[in-house]
Design a protein around this ligand. Structure first.
Ligand code: NAD
Ligand code: UFG
Length: 341
């Protein structure tokens, strides 16, 4: 049982991780500026867990606020989700991505060092592998960014490795997520994108619930079994549990750990459409559109190292991912926003 500061804890992956952390008996303080989330998510986290958490509205670039939150919370570890994540926006406005993600993380690390808090779990991404040279992707695959968002993750990974080399008392977990989908089984929390979703599953869910007319399938001429893009979709609750395991591993031993969090299984866009239709009982009409620039044909993890190092593996399959995403979408067609009739 530890006291943990969770940056970005009101967001999609953060909120699910807070549920798991509370369930594991940890005491948590969420530090989030709410730029892409709503406080209602945290109210629901507390309802699911039947436990309370502390919330500080603040920005990770605000050193004074961070120092205060670290001291007041008595945190001995930080799980760091806070960041911007839209690839397209990062191409249009790279400086805000470097500022928020890179400068924000540097600010967080220096505040942690000042408070003597040297345990950190960081949200990295499979995007750091760029265009795969081989599949499945192992952690020693060469690293390469194809957009500014990916570059911020690479810079932060490098910063964390340098920090560990400079002071091996640090305990650092770099978790490279594949494609998180789904929602908590309660249907109370889930992914709530602002504006049209960039990612496949939230878009499919909004088509199924009638918020959008059809899905555009970006390319059906890839070198994959049905021509559409193949990805490693991972249930967000499995991902959340990976963080609890990573934290326990770091608390047992000082190290800088880098692991993939994925299932090792690739599904195509059309596999996802069919599975979602099955789970929801709703049609998901689609039209084939040109390829999206920057997309790769296939991308999936070798999750062996996560099992060896953390004793973690994903347990929830495609059917559960779609059923849970649908339960959330159907019960909350407008996400956390309540729309007056
Ligand atoms: P999200 O946008 O739902 O959550 C991020 C949270 O961070 C939000 O609550 C937002 O308000 C907060 N935040 C952003 N900038 C902040 C700042 N400067 N100070 C304080 N709070 C700030 O995103 P998510 O999907 O939950 O992703 C969490 C992390 O995982 C991100 O770092 C993201 O890059 C990474 N990641 C996400 C995916 C994915 O597909 N969702 C894949 C790989 C990696
Ligand atoms: N797709 C469509 N139509 C859509 C949305 C997506 O056909 O409306 C297709 C894409 O072309 C791709 C697949 O669905 O083949 C998955 O696309 P996503 O946008 O859901 O996911 P990506 O794999 O492109 O990217 C995601 C995150 C990145 C992260 C990466 C990690 O958006 O931030 O996973 O592997 F880096």
């Amino acid at each position: 049982m530890s006291k943990i500061l969770v940056t970005g804890g009101a967001g999609y992956i953060g909120s699910h991780t807070c549920v798991e952390l509370l369930g594991a008996g940890h005491e948590i303080t969420v530090f989030d500026n709410l730029c892409n989330s709503q406080p209602e998510a945290l109210a629901r986290v507390q309802r699911i867990a039947d436990k309370s958490l502390h919330f500080v509205q603040g920005d990770i670039r605000d050193r004074v606020a961070l120092l205060q939150a670290l001291r007041t919370s008595g945190a001995t570890a930080v799980i760091h989700f806070a960041g911007l994540k839209a690839v397209g926006d990062s191409v249009k406005d790279p400086l805000s991505y470097y500022d928020n993600n890179v400068v924000g993380t540097a600010c967080l690390l220096s505040a942690m060092a000042e408070c003597g808090v040297k345990t950190l779990v960081f949200s990295s991404s499979a995007t750091v592998y760029g265009d795969p040279q081989f599949l499945p992707l192992t952690e020693d695959h060469r690293l390469c960014a194809t957009n500014p968002y990916g570059q911020t993750k690479l810079v932060i990974e490098g910063m964390l490795q340098d920090l560990y080399r400079s002071d091996p008392d640090w305990r650092i977990g770099i978790l490279r997520y594949f494609n998180p989908v789904g929602a908590h089984v309660s249907g109370l929390i889930g992914e709530d994108p602002q504006g049209p979703p960039n990612n496949l599953l939230p878009f499919v869910a909004q088509v199924a619930v009638g918020r959008r007319a059809f899905l555009s399938v970006w390319g059906d001429d890839y070198d994959t079994p049905d021509g559409t893009g193949v990805r490693d979709y991972i249930h967000v609750v499995d991902l959340a549990q990976g963080h609890v395991k990573a934290l326990a591993r770091l608390q047992a031993q000082a190290q800088c750990l880098v692991v993939n969090l994925g299932t090792g299984i690739g599904y195509s866009v059309l596999d996802m459409v069919r599975a979602f239709e099955q789970a929801s009982g709703k049609p998901v009409p689609y039209k084939v559109a040109p390829r999206r620039s920057g997309d790769v044909a296939s991308n999936y993890a070798d999750p062996t190292l996560a099992f060896e190092q953390l004793g973690w593996r994903a347990e929830r399959g495609l059917e559960t991912m779609c059923a849970d995403a649908w339960r959330w979408q159907n019960a909350n067609p407008n996400g956390y926003t309540v729309v007056a009739n």
